[in-house]
Design a protein around this ligand. Sequence first.
Ligand code: SER
Length: 595
Amino acid sequence: MKITSQFLREKFLSFFEERGHAVISSASLIPENDPSVLFTTAGMHPLIPYLLGQKHPAGRRLTDVQKCVRTGDIEEVGDDSHLTFFEMLGNWSLGDYFNHESIAWSYEFLTSKRYLGLDADRLSVTVFAGDDDAPRDEDSAKVWEQCGIPKERIYYLPKKNNWWIAGTTGPCGPDTEIFWDTGKAPCSDKCDPSCDCGKYLEIWNNVFMQFNRQADGTYLPLAQKNVDTGMGLERTVCVLNGMDSVYDIDVFQGALEKICQLSGKQYGADAKTTRAMRIIADHVRTAVFLLGDPVGVVPSNVDQGYVLRRLIRRAVRMCNTLDMPKGSVSQIAKVYIEVYGDVYCELSQNADKIVSELDKEEERFSKTLVAGEKEFFKVISHIPGKIVPGGTAFKLYDTFGFPVEMTVELARENGYDVDVEGFRQKFAEHQAKSHAGSEQRFKGGMAEGGGIETTRLHTATHLLQAALRRVLGDEVKQKGSNITPERLRFDFSFSRPMTAEEIAETERLVNEAIERKIPVTCEEMPIEEARKTGAIGLFGDRYGEVVKVYTIGDFSKEICGGPHAENTGELGHFVITKEQSSSAGVRRIKAELRK
Ligand code: SER
């Protein structure tokens, strides 16, 4: 049976409605009264006050399909699985039922012939293994067994895998995750649902929220025990249909056909074309939902408006690479308004605004896109190294309207890096001059929310680079860095996967530096002098340029625009969550700071 998005939405909501849940509509993509994040990133986000104990007008059992935007992995969009917009199906108990009912209902919904009718033999589950903060969740495991999942398909995993929190403070708790076995052979005899070889794909997460994590890292019991479940709609439709890519599901077909028609090219013709088409399909869809949102965002240079601008401009640039005519973006948008108009009536209601804002933004950017690209190629033909100076990135931003991330992408496509720190410095100088509140812009544009957490992660990134150079040698050089309030991501040159011992040693060195509570100091000096001190970092090419050098005791010395934590003791516990390949000769680490 082929499962469509609408089938899954309807089945899910009616299943929980029949079990006493009120169907509530999706909240806005722009969080109300929460300046710490730019977008609603999970179904639980708008419900936080109710998870903390406030009474919800619709009752204590709710079900919904929540619109979400997550742009932390935006550079990975174009592969088989990443999306910047997605819908999340959820059922909620606000101090009503708990894990027993939640698990039994999940099992029934997935396996009963009246609902999804999935083969129970292809389901595996994970539960929380327990630690100092909360006990091993044997109770949930028992309920799974009673449902019919045999012991050998119930896996106990640590906090890294089976604990859910939005950000770093607030309601949280152990979770149980449900995985679909794709039928592929296991990658090794250690292969389990925590492995990302592709055998097991997560389809549903049930969180048993019973703690409120404080800023100091302690867990206080919540006034009530809640259930928060989340099922990513696009992903689940993809997995259950046995498709390889999320772009194969129904909601993208109209837009992809339109893109093929407008470009005269075939989807799947080659990897580059496929990636460009997927980026357009993804970014235009997200832009449609942001522009059509009841709170409403328009392209700008700050906060949500900046992210929207980035999405639209990147889509326009991709359309350009595929030789698509002017106005393509809004034509694709019209397809989405049609596809989603019945489910999200705000899109039909705001159709004119969506189309006209997209046309306006495309018009503004088209004027400078070609000239900006010309400028970019002129500059790179003259620079000696493989690094585009911060000043050039700033000129492309300021004069040609290139979001810096786009310059980075353009540079990568041509085998160059960008001195992003140098760009930030230029940006900050410019903002200070124009008294336009650079902090605000910085927050929205660059780091996407969460001041203090991103600052700490930024300092942790310096410690990580220093530790990697100690463990793996000086071959390690930064190739890229990206920080969201939840995690850091660090790309570096290194020719093979790290071993488990090397990862553990790197973590240990970083944590040791944190435990030593080393002060972080900053000095400004001309770039030549910085070079002599042995500071690492991307060097611009301007003689006499003054740079900031951040020093962390005898551990790290790096050229960087900041800001940083004042002392490593503020950082918390450093954990590497992933080590993987990024591109040829480049590894990627994702890491978090935990209390
Ligand atoms: N909050 C959990 C998640 O986003 C479950 O909804 O995965």
